[in-house]
Design a protein around this ligand. Structure first.
Ligand SMILES: Cc1cc2nc3c(=O)[nH]c(=O)nc-3n(C[C@H](O)[C@H](O)[C@H](O)COP(=O)(O)OP(=O)(O)OC[C@H]3O[C@@H](n4cnc5c(N)ncnc54)[C@H](O)[C@@H]3O)c2cc1C
Length: 547
């Protein structure tokens, strides 16, 4: 078991560690100035060191009861411990913290060391009327950690980082049972020793945890090939206020509805996931990444749809729309990117779309799959750009959140939102979401940069992931984004998009949950919650919203 203090801590006001401040290159600054009509300014995050956090509301008797279960050193009411676990990492979270707003903190952070301790903590919290917020890596972007106390006396954050053991490796059956507190790099490093991989690589890979992935139904950059996280979970153990619940019977079972599906995506509202049995694979012998270009987005959508229909999808397929392609090539500032831009213009792909494809597996099958996909993409009028484009994407695959910090430091709004739609609706959902964001964030002399990529391809459709950069309204930054987000969500739903493809519901999407799953669907989830969490202490406000 790793000591939690040894891990790299995620900064409260940005990504990565506080001692790694990024800077925006001058060329990028000038380009953004022209694109957005933005006036560069310095808007650094306030230092939180001197800001006093609200006193804990945890009654002494409750504190003593929690200490009795997990020990004194694992019950923390000091300001820094509560601040560190007090929010996720959405734009709204970061803007609040960067302005020195330290409201909404849990009253206490508890770090249980076993499933039994989690069970005992939940039982005690129910007795003492304390809300419980499970905490994994703190990378939620939908307010999954920000539901608050609801009608309860105080908030107990249950940090699962000490539940970080690998309990069994069944290499024959390709199943590994592990604690929810493991971060993906720790898990992958252990798997590598056995020649195995999980294949889950979201952009939050460095800090998010296995439990968080399961609780939010995360999707990674290689999910087209390896599957979404919910497909990687074979079984789970949940600690609830009324006892433990084991769900999932690998390899497969037809004994009634799939109850594992109730735990995946439950965002802590039914209890705490304390153990996961994961489906792993042999680590790939070879990895081949390459770039492609298409003249237009509809042509590129069609190329991917054809691949999917023919069963020729690669493991990674990431298609940038024209604006994201242009921004990525320009902002990279490298001479290679400049040369690539010139090449694309020469081939009539100047306003086109860049596609990154990645194949992983054994040498023979990668070769066969790649050759077949290449022929098909050429028939769809794609142009192959070669391996260096793919390698460059691979080298920078986790850099986006660090760039976000640099943009926040100079007065910009930077946020993302995501959805998915059928092939039939995909273009309409793309157009409607983009228009809504541009309308809401434009003023007489300013316009936002709205970029999009498709990163998960299914036989029936694909995901869309929008990144928005705009001049921040310093007087009402939260309101500015909330209005844009609301308009975009209404628009994408009206055209057939899903409420969320992989970020989950949290508090941000809760107002639209009934629209997505129906009133009866919400009632069914409430009934499950009433059975598992009769006093409603588990993550109040999240998923269902506040009453
Ligand atoms: C920069 C950035 C990039 C991102 N990229 C991706 C991406 O590529 N793909 C993607 O899917 N998501 C992405 N996300 C979103 C986020 O990383 C995921 O939602 C991730 O699954 C959250 O994991 P976590 O361990 O950080 O969970 P947390 O943020 O700690 O918690 C998320 C939710 O799950 C609940 N929870 C956490 N652990 C447990 C548990 N053990 N039992 C029960 N409930 C629990 C929490 O209460 C909360 O509601 C990104 C976020 C950021 C900030």
């Amino acid at each position: 078991m790793t000591g939690v203090e040894e891990r790299a801590e995620l900064s409260v006001t940005g990504w990565g560690q506080a001692d790694q401040p990024p800077a925006l290159p001058n060329s990028a600054r000038k380009w953004l100035q022209r694109e957005l009509g933005w006036t560069p300014r310095t808007t650094p995050a306030e230092s939180l060191a001197s800001i006093t956090t609200a006193a804990t509301r945890l009654p002494d008797a409750s504190s003593a009861a929690l200490i009795e279960i997990v020990g004194d050193e694992h019950v923390r009411t000091d300001g820094p411990s509560r601040l560190r676990r007090g929010s996720g990492r959405s734009y709204l979270d970061l803007i609040r913290r960067r302005s020195g707003d330290v409201s909404g903190l849990p009253d206490v952070v508890v770090l249980p060391g076993s499933h039994d301790e989690v069970l005992a903590v939940l039982a005690r919290c129910a007795e003492h009327d304390l809300a419980v917020v499970p905490y994994g890596g703190g990378t939620s972007v939908v307010g999954g950690l920000a539901g608050g106390a609801g009608e309860h006396r105080a908030v107990v954050t249950v940090d699962v980082s000490r539940l970080n053991t690998i309990d069994s490796i069944d290499a024959k059956s390709l199943m590994v049972t592990a604690g929810p507190g493991l971060r993906a790099p720790e898990f992958e490093a252990r798997m590598a020793r056995y020649g195995l991989t999980l294949g889950h690589f979201p952009q939050s890979y460095e800090f998010a945890t296995l439990g968080g992935y399961a609780a939010t139904r995360s999707a990674g950059q290689a999910s087209t090939g390896y599957g979404r996280f919910d497909e990687l979970v074979a079984a789970a153990r949940l600690a609830t206020p009324v006892g433990q619940w084991r769900v999932g019977r690998p390899p497969a079972s037809a004994a009634g509805p799939d109850l594992l599906g109730l735990v995946l995506g439950s965002e802590g509202v039914f209890g705490v996931i304390t153990e996961l049995t994961l489906r792993v694979r042999p680590a790939p012998e070879t990895k081949h990444y390459e770039g492609w270009s298409f003249r237009s987005l509809p042509r590129a959508f069609e190329g991917l749809r054809q691949l999917s229909r023919a069963g020729l999808l690669p493991d990674i397929a990431r298609l940038s729309d024209p604006d994201e392609t242009r921004a990525n090539l320009t902002l990279s500032g490298s001479s290679k990117a400049g040369a690539l831009q010139a090449l694309l213009r020469a081939r009539g792909h100047g306003g086109g779309c860049l596609l990154i494809l990645g194949w992983e597996g054994d040498n023979d099958s990668v070769g066969v799959r790649r050759r077949a996909a290449t022929s098909m993409l050429r028939r769809s009028e794609g142009t192959r750009l070669g391996r260096s484009v793919g390698q460059s994407w691979l080298a920078n695959r986790y850099s986006g959140p660090y760039v976000r910090d640099a943009l926040l430091d100079v007065g910009l709004l930077v946020e993302t939102l995501e959805t998915a739609a059928s092939w039939t609706d995909l273009m309409d959902v793309y157009d409607a979401t983009r228009s809504a964001l541009i309308d809401l964030l434009s003023t007489a002399d300013k316009k936002p940069l709205v970029m999009c990529h498709l990163s998960h391809v299914y036989p029936t459709g694909a995901s869309l992931y929008f990144t928005v950069v705009a001049d921040r309204d310093d007087d009402r930054p939260l309101q500015q984004w909330l209005l844009a987000k609301r308009a975009a969500t209404d628009s994408l739903l009206s055209k057939g998009g899903v409420l969320t493809h992989h970020h989950a519901v949290g508090i941000a999407h809760a107002p639209w949950l009934a629209q997505e799953i129906g009133n009866l669907g919400v009632a069914v989830l409430h009934a499950v919650k009433d059975r598992l969490d009769p006093t409603g202490i588990c993550n109040p406000g999240v998923l269902f919203g506040s009453p």
